[in-house]
Design a binder for this molecule. Sequence first.
Ligand SMILES: NC(=O)c1ccc[n+]([C@@H]2O[C@H](COP(=O)([O-])OP(=O)(O)OC[C@H]3O[C@@H](n4cnc5c(N)ncnc54)[C@H](O)[C@@H]3O)[C@@H](O)[C@H]2O)c1
Length: 374
Amino acid sequence: MEKLRVGIIGVGWPGQRHIEAYQKRPDVEISALADVNTEAARKVQSDYSVEGARIFGDYEQMLEGDFVDAVSICTPNFLHAPMAIRALGCGKHVLLEKPLANTLAEGLRIAQEVAESDRVFMMAFNNRYRRDARILKEQIERGELGEIYHAKTGWLRAANDFFLRGWFTQKEKSGGGPLIDLGVHVLDLALWFMGNPRPVSVSGVAYHKFTDVMRQKEPAADVEDMASAFVRLDNGGTVVLETSWISHLERPYELYTQLFGTRGGATINRSVGQEALSIYTVEDGEIRVSRPQLVPSDVTERGFLLYDSFASEISDFVDSIRAGVQPGATITHGLDVLRILDAIYRSAESGHEVVLTEGTDVGGTTPPGGRVRA
Ligand SMILES: NC(=O)c1ccc[n+]([C@@H]2O[C@H](COP(=O)([O-])OP(=O)(O)OC[C@H]3O[C@@H](n4cnc5c(N)ncnc54)[C@H](O)[C@@H]3O)[C@@H](O)[C@H]2O)c1
């Protein structure tokens, strides 16, 4: 079997996670690294022993030549749309880091390109690929929790300087603060567990209570520090979301998804010092709680669940290319999450609920045919 040639665009933390994960696949060769910071790319080339990879300071040169079959785009949010569109246009398969884009209009332009392309396009929603999420999804698909009609999900950070850096804090470059950075992950997770019903209305708030704190580190910071929302879905289901970069919490961070089903419930809890999946059903009038083992007993690696999620995500991408099928995390899913995020910001600004009608999104139009290929 010929090796799949992969290029990584952006060699920061997520780019390095993608490299490690591709390296677990013997049928993949990392043939190029593209980063404006070629020194960083060279260091990564050496740190991860990918000596065979060509280094490009200009990602377009990499895409225009015959160097790669597929790319992982791991660059700042404002570069997602131009890079994904260019890569698809050059006939490359695309794995795109979250969020889909920093504006809905750009997300819709990517969707149009995907609809016109015969290449594989996948959203890098790695949280779906964690073992807790995969185990829970299997149980839901077997019908063990019945219909999931409500989800409560959140990712909250108390405060951590590291995350308040550069473009992340500037709306023009990031699309927003914790909502688009962290909220995107847990919102996708909740919708995925619920079977990806389409959003119909959104009521949201975005707080700017700690702008002075952010500006001590990043003087140009203008994004929210916390947001929360209530989302109605077309199957009658609902999602409650909360997310923050800075807030007064008992622990440094809390990450959770709680599902309410007609036959059972479940909670994924990933707060500090705790990584647990609890599934509860009622049997003979008694509440039965199961807590599946998430880390195999022979694994000692720290952060296994996180690293394993990237390995599993990348495998899905590669397998989908090999099989010629679209992977699980589709453009439609990325776009629906972005629609909700966009509506939360609009609702926060207007103080009113935003109704989402297919084809009438503010900020762009839906691609030809009304829907993008799932
Ligand atoms: N899935 C996850 O768990 C996860 C975690 C962190 C970040 N992310 C996402 O990954 C993306 C990158 O985040 P980051 O923290 O690595 O950002 P970053 O600012 O560290 O940038 C990543 C790399 O992109 C390079 N870059 C910038 N402009 C470029 C250009 N024009 N051409 C080529 N390379 C360029 C930078 O030099 C850097 O090496 C973001 O979209 C973020 O949301 C995902």
